[in-house]
Write a protein that binds this ligand. Structure first.
Ligand SMILES: [Cu+2]
Length: 333
């Protein structure tokens, strides 16, 4: 499916109060928050070479970031090829490799997702609004740009169908809104994936999740069988690699059109691909980004699975200005 992109692919403002600049100077001082970001968004460990890490904050020199500055040579937690799994500091919201994925709670690390409403009408475009409130009960308003956006929102029905990747915009009072259509009845999961700028703790990466309901006759779909090939919008996408529990493994995705490799993959939000993995059973959330450069034409991720089980993988990629999402079922032994 082609993704809904209310903010527009070309929107590089992020819609936040945080001005975006080049992002060129992100890497001098290691930053614990950044490490935690990778852990939070991971649970899966990923290696993002050359500063294209998850933890890379795409804020630049002019960004009014207070507290520990974006940084991290960890480059968003790079694990060079050949490097084995290792221990990382863990925080309340960020279990280490092999630990729990994110998005399972509406409140974590002192931040709570507070939607204005969670009941929507199936098939109707409505504004979904929410705040991220801190321990002081006030709406947070300072967010770091991560992959060009201050907040990434993933919405999926609880049977893992209907995936959407959205970018809400924030009003000055900290209220986020995004036009949202839940096309079919059912219970849907919405994830808010962000790094909040905390006055005392610095950068706090968090992924919070909340259920949304669209009343009506819910016809759940079974998870498709595991496969290494998917088709979407006329593209065929394949992957190689076998994620394992507790050990980072390479995962290479290739995109084909008419049987030929697509050589014109374009960066989308600062990366050649964005990979979200959702675990069957609890919809645990993992979001990883690839190496900065294509590897022989393939988009290369590094990851480890948080547990055995089945996952649905969603790979966002961009060709000719349009974003597509290829979906795969993965079984981790
Ligand atoms: Cu996003």
């Amino acid at each position: 499916m082609t993704q809904e992109q209310p903010a527009g692919v070309a929107d590089r403002t992020g819609g936040s109060g945080v001005p975006e600049t080049s992002g060129a100077e992100v890497s001098a001082v290691p930053d614990r928050g950044t490490v935690r970001l990778a852990l939070t968004l991971g649970g899966l460990v990923l290696a993002l070479l050359a500063g294209f890490g998850l933890g890379r904050l795409d804020t630049g020199s002019a960004a009014p970031v207070t507290g520990p500055l974006p940084s991290s040579t960890d480059g968003g937690h790079s694990h060079p090829p050949g490097m084995g799994p290792h221990e990382h500091p863990t925080g309340a919201a960020s279990p280490g490799p092999g630990g729990d994925p994110g998005g399972l709670a509406v409140s974590a690390a002192g931040y709570t997702l507070v939607p204005t409403g969670t009941s929507l009408t199936a098939g109707r475009r409505q504004d979904f609004r929410f705040q991220v409130r801190g321990a002081d009960r006030r709406a947070a308003t300072g967010f770091a740009l991560v992959h060009e956006k201050p907040l990434h929102m993933i919405v999926v029905r609880r049977d893992l169908t209907g995936y959407q990747h959205l970018h809400p915009t924030m009003a000055p009072d900290g209220t986020w809104s995004v036009p949202l259509t839940l096309p079919t009845p059912g219970v849907w999961r919405a994830y808010a994936d962000f790094t909040v700028l905390d006055a005392t703790a610095g950068q706090v990466p968090v992924t919070l999740g909340v259920d949304l309901v669209a009343a009506g006759a819910y016809a759940p779909q079974p998870l498709p069988p595991a496969a290494r090939e998917a088709t979407v919008d006329g593209f065929t996408v394949t992957y190689e690699g076998t994620p394992q529990v507790g050990a980072t493994q390479p995962l290479l995705f290739r995109v084909f059109s008419g049987g030929n490799p697509v050589s014109a993959l374009e960066p989308y939000l600062g990366a050649f691909g964005h990979l979200v993995a959702l675990r069957e059973g609890d919809l645990g959330y993992v979001h990883v980004h690839p190496e900065a450069e294509l590897a022989g034409g393939a988009v290369k991720f590094w990851l480890a699975a948080p547990s055995p089980g089945r996952y649905r993988l969603y790979l966002d990629f961009q060709v000719a200005g349009a974003v597509h999402t290829a979906e795969f079922t993965l079984t981790v032994a």
